[in-house]
Every structure is written in structure tokens, then in C-alpha cells.
Design a protein around this ligand. Structure first.
Ligand SMILES: Cc1ncc(COP(=O)(O)O)c(C=O)c1O
Length: 404
């Protein structure tokens, strides 16, 4: 019996429940693991719910966004637009203008043309945009996790092109290059990998400053903090991260101690992941040809739709009340791809029962095939311990309005 069964009864399933107490705990834990003075950007892509954003903002986080939808949610959450970081390889002129009109002033740029687009939008509004050059490093440290750099990519300016490009990058009207942005990996499951990556990033940043004049008033070293996804378990601890990172900074960028560099990192899953559980209802249990299928009202339209393209850990969910029987957890969609767990241990389940998938506060709703097959989006219930804070549901189900 889940502690949230009463919420499932009250609000129906499928439903996500996010606990703000856990969001606050994750936030404080992350700040504690970082050297004093680090800025933490919350990646709204992991969960743009404004209540989660507000909780993180209240504890000192800033927002990292990549779209005008995320911008709207960040503003609703109360983030100061001047402190927001706007990232992404395909920022359109329209969205840049909207962001600048809303007061966003800090952009990560992924190419010289991207920088020029930011500059043009800033000039229209007669402001100067501060820009971080996102660097696509020539290699990577080789640790575990989802790699995003060190090969041909739509992300970042290739490090080897910087010597020739730097003068042009520094003279784009409407912009001022203030620093660098690295985001080389996501979901580093051990401290050694994370520190190895940061060692590589800090060494590279210092070298580029020395050799090609890369400005480093601001340095965003990326993220990579890991959190379990759709399986039970605690957030990854990084007990030596703080001292390890301090040592690396002392070695490569010693002026950080006097505040000579504004240091930042980014996190989505670590901040929101463990706050969320998915409550799914059992619609049917089907036995046949030696197999047992537990059919839920939640499938890849509600959870794990992105795992197929490798951006997430595979959605082989582990439910909180695992037991002794073996069966497959499947969703309600008309595709054999709608599977949440194959031949896994399940308790005795019958229609009407509720199963709880833990640790899905990040990349749950946002990373799912929400509109596929036209089912309603899941309900999202925000709680603070036992208190219900808000109940909402995204509206993706409207019929097309086709003009004649
Ligand atoms: C630029 C950038 N920042 C932050 C994140 C958030 O990553 P995570 O949720 O693993 O912390 C991502 C994820 O892909 C990203 O690409």
C-alpha cells in the first residue's frame, strides 16, 4: 500500500505526485556538495512545474531554460529573468526577442551564427546580452554517463576552431562574451567520473584562456549529477566532491578563491528526480502462453518515452511494492513498444490496484509521448509532506481546429 493511495483515489490515475520537501532536501544536498559561492542552474527540461521551480528558487537556484515554454514556467515560478541562463543549439530569432524583452540577459551560444542571432535580438531591444561560449571539447575524460561532447555535434563551438574564431566572437554587436559553458555529460554515476570530467573541463578552460584569450568572468562547468530513474533507491552521494572540486579549482583557476570567477553548474535530475512518484492504476491482468501482463493506465505516453532514443536510462521500472511473481508491466497504447518493464518481479495485482513508480520527478511528464494516442495527460499533484499544494493537468487533448 503506497503512502499516496489516498491521492490516487481522490484525483484518479495516472498521477504524478511531487513532494516539495524532497525537492528542498535535494537542493540543499547539492549546494552542500559544492564549494561555497557556486551558482546552481535548475534545468527546467527535467520538470518545468512552477511549484518545483519556486521551491528551488527560494533556496537560491537560478533557472536554465531552452524554450519560451520553459521561460514562461520560470517566470511563473518567480525566477529573476536577469539571472536566467538561456541555452540550446536552435534558438530562433522570435524566441530570442521574446526572452530579451522578458529581461533574460545571459545566453549560452553554440556557434558564431547563434551568437550573431543573440546580438541582433539584443540590439533590437537596445541592450547588450552577456554570452557564454559553449565549448565542444576535443576529447572527454572517458568516465561513465551520457556523453554530450568530444565528438562532432550540434552542441558547442569546436575547441580547435577557437584560435581563429576568437577575434570575431569577441566583436559581435549587441553581445559581450563573458565566459564559457561546458556540459559534457549527464548522469555520472560515480564520483570519480564526475571529478574526472571537471578536471578535464577546468584544465581546458584555463588552457583556452591562456592560449586563445577565452574570457572567464563566468564559468559554467556543466552538471552530471545522477539520480535514480524509475527504480527505488536514494540519490547518488558525492561525499568528496566539494573538496575534490576545490582542489581542482585551486590548481587550474586559483583566483576563484577571491571571487575572480563566477562559477556555476547545472542540474535537472538531481534536483527534481527523487521528489516524484507516478501512481498508475491496474486496468487488467492478462495471462496467456505462459506470460502474465499487468496492463496499466500509464504507458510511454506518461513515462519514459524518451528512453528509446538513449537520452534516458531505459524505462524498466521498478515499483515500490515489488514481490514474488513475475510479469510484464505494459501500458494502454496500441503499440508493442508500450512496455514499462518486461518479466519483472511484481506483487499479486488485480484490476483497480495502484502501483507506484518511484524517482520519476525528472523526465517524467516532459520526456514522454504525451499526445501519442490522444489520452489525457497525467494529473500532477504537488504536496509538501502531507499537505496538498496544487493539482493540475496539462491540456494536450483538444481536438484540431481545422479551418475550411
Ligand atoms: C545543457 C544542459 N544542461 C542541463 C541538463 C540537465 O541534465 P540533468 O538532468 O542530467 O542534470 C542537460 C540535459 O541534457 C543539458 O543538456
Amino acid at each position: 500500500m503506497s503512502k499516496y493511495d489516498d491521492l490516487a483515489e481522490k484525483f484518479g490515475t495516472p498521477a504524478y505526485v511531487y513532494d516539495l520537501e524532497v525537492v528542498a532536501e535535494s537542493r540543499d544536498q547539492l549546494f552542500d556538495m559544492l564549494p561555497e559561492g557556486f551558482h546552481v542552474f535548475y534545468a527546467l527540461k527535467s520538470n518545468p512545474h512552477p511549484e518545483i521551480g519556486r521551491e528551488l528558487r527560494n533556496g537560491g537556484c537560478r533557472a536554465e531554460i531552452s524554450s519560451t515554454g520553459e521561460l514562461a514556467n520560470a517566470l511563473t515560478a518567480g525566477f529573476d529573468p536577469a539571472g536566467i541562463l538561456y541555452t540550446g543549439p536552435g534558438k530562433t530569432n522570435a524566441e530570442l526577442e521574446l526572452a530579451i524583452a522578458a529581461g533574460v540577459r545571459l545566453f549560452s551560444v553554440e556557434s558564431i551564427t547563434d551568437l550573431r542571432h543573440v546580438g541582433a535580438a539584443a540590439e533590437k531591444h537596445e541592450v547588450t546580452a552577456s554570452c557564454l561560449l559553449r565549448i565542444n571539447t576535443t576529447a572527454s575524460s572517458g568516465g561513465t554517463g551520457i556523453r554530450m561532447m568530444g565528438r562532432a555535434s550540434q552542441f558547442g563551438i569546436d575547441a580547435e576552431t577557437l584560435p581563429a574564431l576568437m577575434p570575431a566572437l569577441k566583436s559581435v554587436p549587441g553581445t559581450r562574451v563573458v565566459g564559457a559553458h561546458f556540459f559534457t555529460m549527464s548522469n555520472a554515476q560515480d564520483e570519480g567520473s564526475l571529478l574526472g570530467e571537471y578536471e578535464f573541463v577546468l584544465r581546458t578552460a584555463a588552457q583556452l584562456r591562456r592560449e586563445v584569450g577565452l574570457p572567464l568572468e563566468v564559468l559554467d562547468i556543466g552538471g552530471g549529477f545522477s539520480s535514480p530513474y524509475a527504480v527505488p533507491g536514494p540519490r547518488t552521494g558525492y561525499p568528496n566532491l566539494r573538496t575534490g572540486l576545490e582542489d581542482l579549482l585551486d590548481l587550474h583557476l586559483p583566483e576563484w578563491r577571491d571571487g575572480g570567477i563566477e562559477l556555476a553548474c547545472e542540474s535537472g535530475r538531481y534536483l527534481s528526480g527523487s521528489s516524484g512518484s507516478l501512481l498508475a492504476g491496474v486496468v487488467n491482468v492478462k495471462e496467456g502462453r505462459g506470460s502474465r501482463f499487468v496492463i496499466l493506465d500509464a504507458g510511454i505516453n506518461v513515462l519514459g518515452g524518451l528512453s528509446g532514443i538513449g537520452r534516458l536510462l531505459p524505462a524498466a521500472v521498478g515499483i515500490e511494492e515489488a514481490g514474488g511473481e513475475v510479469g510484464s508491466l505494459v501500458g494502454p497504447l496500441c503499440t508493442p513498444g508500450d512496455s514499462l518493464a518486461k518479466a519483472t518481479e511484481l506483487p499479486e495485482l488485480a484490476p483497480g490496484d495502484i502501483v507506484t513508480v518511484p524517482n520519476v520527478g525528472a523526465y517524467g511528464v516532459t520526456a514522454s509521448l504525451i499526445s501519442f494516442l490522444g489520452r489525457p495527460a497525467p494529473t500532477e499533484v504537488v504536496v509538501r509532506g502531507d499537505e496538498i499544494v496544487s493539482v493540475s493537468r496539462l491540456d494536450y487533448q483538444r481536438a484540431y481546429e481545422v479551418s475550411p
